[in-house]
Design a protein around this ligand. Structure first.
Ligand code: GDP
Length: 442
């Protein structure tokens, strides 16, 4: 996802960062390249144009922040505007109304509607809801069978629709059946066509008016780029969508649809499909996506992961230390151990802010042997050295290297990385989590 856009933007920002002071000309040149990068990512031209105008107005009006260089300020503004473009914050399913509520899924044939119905059923089950699947596509008997099979796999009841029934009648009867089965959310998998079609729209409007769903979601194929945007616009005009689910994001390297849909239709993207499996549905967090596009890593996901691994007491203790900027080398070692518990280091590295792009972090080797080495080095330090790293002079470094069976360069590297982390923590204390990300901008 967003790979090419990500690397194009990285190049643009590297150039901007090279200037100590930014002139209007530097900013304009940089933004021209950002615009090209957006267009290449298949972002709608109207969206790209407005985006650049907004960033430029803010960059030149410059809300100056002392902790950032001018280049970093531009990155910060682009990050915030990208987030805004995609809708600011997460929007969940709308399930308000008298139980059972209905969620209507619409979309073209092949967009992934039936698969997504199954994915949503899994998602709702995880949240403690009782979903009920309703095949309402009477034109394709295979669609009914497909949903029945999916329901069987995930243990979710499916209404026994028949091709002779009218879709409105199906939805009506399904509601009574769901109520009887003790279910609280009906997922209506409606008919699709290969192309937009007035007859289909009329049928969908008829279903909507009869069922009064709490949410209407369009499933659109991200790989179709601008087509997905146009389709969203048409379905929204006819049905007044509650939101969009972009399927097949795993196959879309450009990301144009994800970046344009909100701006063009005004409707949020609520979920993305990232694979064929029924668990491969993710909530759409605009801020996280923007950060990952800019290579700042998925800070919040990382923090959430970290929280689920760290035991409560340790977390509270660590937070206190972070607040007082008393994070010692001993704590650094504990963190390494925690990081190992979190699973694949490869996955984690991309989520650590600055890791993808920050040169200083490129030499923080992350294979298991490096972690073992770091632990050995810290173990060779005296308790005083662990809590007062400033005292570790040349001769102490030699002793520590000898004691841990490593080289002085290894000790130097560790101390350098540690001081980097300390700087990050100081920024975190100044500006909260947002400041954490900002401090790590390339
Ligand atoms: P429908 O005609 O809209 O109901 O589409 P289907 O649910 O039958 O999906 C069409 C094809 O897209 C199937 O082969 C699905 O496995 C595939 N598909 C659906 N969602 C995703 C996704 O998020 N990623 C990938 N890679 N494939 C998907």
């Amino acid at each position: 996802m967003f790979d090419s856009l990500s690397s194009r933007l990285e190049g643009v920002f590297k150039k901007l960062k090279g200037h100590g002071k930014l002139t209007e000309k530097n900013v304009e040149e940089g933004l021209r390249e950002v615009r090209m990068a957006l267009l290449e990512a298949d972002v709608h031209y109207r969206v790209a144009k407005k985006f650049i105008a907004d960033v430029k107005a803010r960059a030149l009006g410059q809300e100056v922040m002392k902790s950032l260089t001018p280049g970093q300020q531009v990155v910060k503004i682009v990050n915030e505007e990208l987030t805004r473009l995609m809708g600011e914050s997460l929007e969940d399913l709308n399930l308000s109304g008298t139980r059972p509520v209905s969620v209507m899924l619409v979309g073209l044939q092949g967009s992934g509607k039936t698969t997504t119905s199954g994915k949503l059923a899994v998602y709702l089950k995880k949240k403690g809801k009782k979903p009920y699947l309703v095949p309402a596509d009477v034109y394709r008997p295979a669609a009914i069978d497909q949903l029945k099979k999916l329901g069987g796999q995930i243990g979710v009841p499916v209404f026994p629709s028949e091709t002779e029934m009218d879709p409105v009648e199906i939805c009506d009867k399904a509601r009574t059946a769901a109520q009887k089965a003790g279910c609280d959310v009906l997922l209506l998998d409606t008919a699709g066509r290969l192309h937009l079609d007035a007859e289909l729209m009329a049928e969908l409007v008829r279903i909507r008016d009869a069922v009064m769903p709490s949410d209407i979601l369009l499933v659109a194929d991200a790989m179709t780029g601008q087509d997905a945007v146009n389709i969203s616009e048409s379905f929204d005009k006819a049905l007044d969508l509650g939101g969009v689910i972009l399927s097949k994001m795993d196959g879309d390297a450009r990301g144009g649809a994800a970046l344009s849909i909100r701006a063009i239709t005004g409707k949020p993207i609520k979920f993305i499909g990232v694979g064929e499996k029924l668990t491969q549905l993710e909530a759409f967090h605009p801020d996280r996506i923007a950060s990952s596009i800019l290579g700042m890593g998925d800070v919040l996901t990382l923090i959430e992961k970290a929280q689920s691994v760290m035991d409560e007491e340790k977390a509270v203790e660590l937070e206190k230390k972070l607040r007082k900027s008393q994070f010692t080398l001993e704590d650094f070692k504990d963190q390494m151990v925690q990081i190992r518990k979190m699973g694949s280091l490869g996955d984690l590295i991309g989520m650590i802010p600055g890791m993808k792009t920050n040169k200083q972090f490129k030499n923080l080797d992350v294979d298991e042997t490096e972690l073992v080495r770091i632990e050995a080095i810290i173990n060779s330090m005296t308790p005083h050295e662990r809590s007062h790293h400033q005292v570790i002079n040349g001769s102490r470094r030699k002793r520590i290297a000898r004691g841990s069976g490593t080289q002085v360069q290894d000790v130097n590297r560790l101390l350098k990385n540690y001081t980097q982390v300390m700087k990050m923590i100081k920024k975190l204390n100044k500006g909260g989590i947002r400041g954490f990300g900002r401090g790590m901008l390339p």
